[in-house]
Unconditional design. Sequence first.
Length: 152
Amino acid sequence: MYGTTLPTSTAADVYLSQHVKSVPSTVTGAVATSLATALYSVDQKYFNDKEWTTVYSHMWSAAAKATNAPDVVASMAVNGYSLDDQQEAKWWKDNVPDKDDKWVSSYVSDWRKAWQDNTAATKTSKGGAPKCTGMAIAGVAAGVAAGVIVAI
């Protein structure tokens, strides 16, 4: 993400498939477009924030201190990661500064609110909000993040 210009548009289904672990089959058409736009807005707000560079750096430093650091770091670099999942890890709790943890909590909260606000009409009795992967997080490879924007 560092120094990378964000694309100006992409299809909503493409954005959602790249940035949400599981999209309910009921999220289609206008709902999918609204959801992708809302999630992108949250991602843009946080990942364009200069604080993201600090959080990102501290996260990787903390992961390198995990008891199974080679596995954790390799998995994050190759498979990507979910910030809300990372927050639950012992290495995160032990090594990520509180300020960064609060920043991530705010991002996750805003992301979940955008999800809920845009999928309320499609809710069924199964499952809740999925884990967010986030714009700069899904598909991370070798520390280079890809992002997209949904044209309105």
